[in-house]
Design a protein around this ligand. Structure first.
Ligand SMILES: O=c1ccn([C@@H]2O[C@H](COP(=O)(O)OP(=O)(O)O[C@H]3O[C@H](CO)[C@@H](O)[C@H](O)[C@H]3O)[C@@H](O)[C@H]2O)c(=O)[nH]1
Ligand SMILES: [Mn+2]
Length: 754
């Protein structure tokens, strides 16, 4: 295939990457079988549509929808691939390695403890890369404008001067100290030097932890010295831009080389929408443009540390390893998590999703952009399509005029010049300028009104208008005709933390579903992008799988209501044991669940993990996804706004990792959020319905009517209660394990009305 390095090239240059198709014939057969059963069920329903009543008709519509979703799934999983990278083959191409800007975003010093961010930054400052000090720069965006975060970064730099040489000297495998120091390495017989070094570093790290954890905003402002002047009297939502160079490697003494570190807190004002993370990323893009202007940009969330020290090299294999860069517009690593709870009790570790859907979509136009763990090309972020790059090379289009640049990038001359370099040049390394001389320019482009009248947030940079700016931005890149690749080295490239507890998980799923649905119904709809731009059809269908989450929530709740509805009104919506069709739903239920279970087993996960995911999937559909559906409806009607609620990050960053304050961290917890009302309602309804249904059967009040519910309806309600078990326990649970009274009250009101 054209995607591999071309033959002629290969004889000169060693292979950097390989795209390996994965075989899956048995899976394809199983998928066809499920599809066949779905169609058989639909056909059976269609024949009885007139006689069946309302329940039967609703079931028909829902099952047609499930079939549609199944087809979407088949499409994405059909031709999966894996990318293999060979960083050792970069050795002969060292001079070609481009400069890389690495971005970290943080937004709230309480939900995102500065120590977490410090560890992420440390892991980035210590990655393996030739001439790291000259070729890498790290930028941290602090939307919290917190002196404590700034202080943590300043202390981090001091610690880096010891940490980075230590990692290089001993080739340390995990370079986020909070993870590294969780275990004691095997020093070996001749390891005195290493042991001494290790003990020293560990105690230095502990000191760093104490300094950061004990830091207190007020005393920093009062006694912290001139560094903190700019933080005096600022409000988080209303303050001027703060840019500080914490480490300028060109000024360091020889031998210390590690990446520059720049702290950025963009200007905020109550009269300007700041567009959450997308806005932060655009500011970082501009600030870095006027300082280091690297052609490649890596972005991670503050909790996603680089777990594989060679990660940038692996990424370079995918960025430099194709004979046409159209094949790797960006390089995305799957999200993986550290310290994950056993068997995924909250169904949010997404291992199977990333393995199955991830490699599937990687085989189409390419991996979705997931917001973190991604290497972008600056020119792609600047809106250049593969066509325009071709045209530029063939000399069809000249260098853009100053006026054009201003219209797109805004008024800053330095920014325009830097953009011109990116647009006209190839991946070339550039010497880094003296950074402190650029601070005022950086502040200018970090102003909150800088973007007004420019293309930022639309044709350039991270796209505004969705809470999942990541997926939307990735879709725009695919729509320009780029493909993307998946970076999945061993050990995993990046690790972050998955939220735990009912409220945090549901809030995250709700935000994602809301953002994805916003894309579907907005002007950036993927179907339009397929018709009018270069989004491939099958890629579009893959995007649809996640965009329709809220619709799935709505349909699943409708379907879940059928069981109790039938038991209460003495009807049936599934074929009777005596009818021909009885076996179809049964076979479907068994095959579908077996198919999923085997997927989990193939990925090396337990039956328990499968069950937890299956259960959580039902809960999330009826809670977070349904709510997202309603939120977007309200937004469309102009009745509410969507807000980015930041996820709380793991606090256990000091190395007593396993000590968690809650008795049972895997158990579902609740709060008074409306997200818990739908499932609580369904649980109550099912309990009432089963009781009434059973009472009827026992006392035979309705002499065996033809339409009366059969064993299927009872099984449905029972299965649903099993899936919703955390809520059943929540009805009687205590403290955060119990469903709050306000939620129960609202739910019972709904049940009563029903
Ligand atoms: O106003 C804001 C809000 C958030 N963030 C940062 O955005 C990142 C992601 O926020 P988080 O609360 O951790 O969200 P997650 O759901 O964990 O993140 C996933 O989903 C988001 C989209 O919903 C993507 O932006 C993320 O990259 C992706 O990891 C964090 O680094 C935040 O500091 C900001 O910089 N400014
Ligand atoms: Mn996160």
């Amino acid at each position: 295939m054209a995607m591999k390095a071309s033959g002629a090239d290969q004889s000169k240059k060693k292979l950097l990457q390989e795209r390996v198709p994965l075989r899956r014939t048995a899976w394809k057969l199983a998928e066809f079988f499920v599809l066949f059963l779905l169609l058989a069920l639909l056909a059976h329903r269609a024949t009885g549509l007139d006689a069946g009543g309302v329940a039967w008709q609703v079931a028909f519509v829902c099952e047609a929808w499930f079939t549609f979703v199944w087809l979407l799934n088949m499409n994405v999983k059909w031709n999966p691939v894996r990318f293999v990278t060979y960083p050792e083959n970069l050795a002969e191409r060292i001079e070609e390695l481009p400069v890389v800007d690495m971005f970290v975003t943080t937004a709230d010093p309480v939900l995102e403890p500065p120590l977490v961010t410090a560890n992420t930054v440390l892991s980035l400052l210590s990655v393996d890369y030739p001439d790291a000090g000259e070729k890498l720069a790290c930028y941290i965006s602090d939307d919290g404008c917190s002196p404590v975060t700034f202080y943590a970064m300043r202390e981090t730099v001091k610690f880096s001067r010891m940490w980075v040489p230590f990692c290089r000297r001993h080739n340390i495998a995990v370079r986020a100290p909070f993870r590294y120091f969780t275990s004691t390495p095997d020093f070996g017989p001749a390891g005195h030097k290493f042991r001494d070094d290790w003990t020293f570093m560990k105690s230095e790290y502990e000191k760093l932890v104490h300094r950061i954890e004990d830091a207190d905003e007020r005393s920093l402002l009062r006694h912290g010295g001139p560094d903190f002047c700019e933080f005096m009297d600022v409000e988080r939502a209303n303050h001027p831009a703060i840019v500080k160079v914490l480490w300028d490697n060109s000024k360091s003494s020889i031998g210390e080389g590690f990446p520059h570190l720049i702290y950025v807190s963009r200007e905020k004002s109550l009269s300007h929408h700041h567009h959450y993370k997308a806005g932060a990323m655009n500011t970082l893009t501009r600030v870095s443009a006027v300082m280091t202007n690297a052609p490649i940009m890596l972005n991670v969330d503050c909790d996603m540390f680089a777990n594989n020290p060679q990660v940038v090299l692996h990424a370079m294999c995918l960025l430099l390893g194709f004979d046409n860069e159209i094949y790797s517009g960006f390089v995305q690593a799957p999200q993986k998590f550290y310290g994950a709870l056993k068997d995924d009790p909250f169904g949010n570790q997404m291992e199977v999703i990333f393995k199955k859907l991830g490699s599937g979509v990687a085989g189409l136009q390419g991996m979705f952009y997931g917001g973190t763990g991604c290497f972008h090309r600056r020119k792609v972020i600047y809106g250049m399509s593969p066509d325009s790059i071709m045209a530029g090379r063939e000399g069809i289009t000249g260098s853009p005029s100053a006026k054009e640049l201003q219209k797109k990038f805004g008024i800053s001359n330095e920014l325009k010049e830097s953009a011109r370099k990116i647009i006209s040049a190839n991946l070339a390394s550039e010497p880094i300028v003296d950074m402190s001389s650029r601070i005022e320019i950086a502040k200018e482009v970090a102003a909150c009104n800088y973007e007004i009248g420019t293309h930022w947030g639309h044709e350039i940079g991270w796209v505004y208008g969705s809470l999942t700016e990541d997926v939307l931005t990735g879709q725009r890149i695919h729509a320009m005709g780029w493909r993307s690749t998946m970076l999945d080295p061993e050990p995993p490239a990046f690790l972050g933390c998955a939220p735990t507890g009912g409220p945090a998980c549901q809030t995250q799923f709700k935000r994602w579903a809301t953002g994805l649905f916003e894309i579907l119904i907005g002007q950036n709809n993927p179907i339009l992008a397929t018709i009018f731009k270069h989004l491939h059809l099958r890629q579009c269908l893959s995007y649809l799988i996640i965009y329709v989450w809220p619709l799935r929530g709505f349909v699943e709740v409708c379907y879940a209501l059928l069981g109790p509805y039938c038991l209460l009104t003495n009807q049936s919506f599934l074929p009777k044991a005596s009818e021909d069709g009885f076996n179809i739903p049964l076979a479907l239920f068994l095959t579908y669940n077996t198919y999923n279970l085997v997927e989990y087993m193939e990925c090396g996960l337990s039956t328990h993990a499968w069950w937890n995911n299956h259960r959580m999937q039902r809960i999330t559909s009826a809670s977070a996804w349904l709510l997202a559906f309603l939120i977007v409806l309200l937004k469309t009607l102009g009745l509410s706004e969507t807000v980015f609620e930041v996820t709380r990050k793991d606090k256990s960053t000091s190395h007593d990792d396993d000590v968690i304050d809650e008795a049972d961290p895997g158990r579902f917890t609740f709060d008074a959020s409306p997200v818990f009302i739908p499932v609580t309602t369904l649980v109550m309804l099912n309990i009432v319905a089963i009781t009434i249904g059973a009472w009827r059967v026992v006392f035979r009040t309705m002499e065996s009517e033809h339409s009366a519910p059969g064993v299927n309806e009872f099984m449905c309600c029972g299965w649903l209660l099993l899936c919703f078990l955390p809520f059943v326990r929540g009805l009687v649970g205590k403290g955060s394990y119990g469903i709050p009274w306000s939620v129960m009250l609202k739910a019972s009101l709904v049940v009563a009305i029903y």
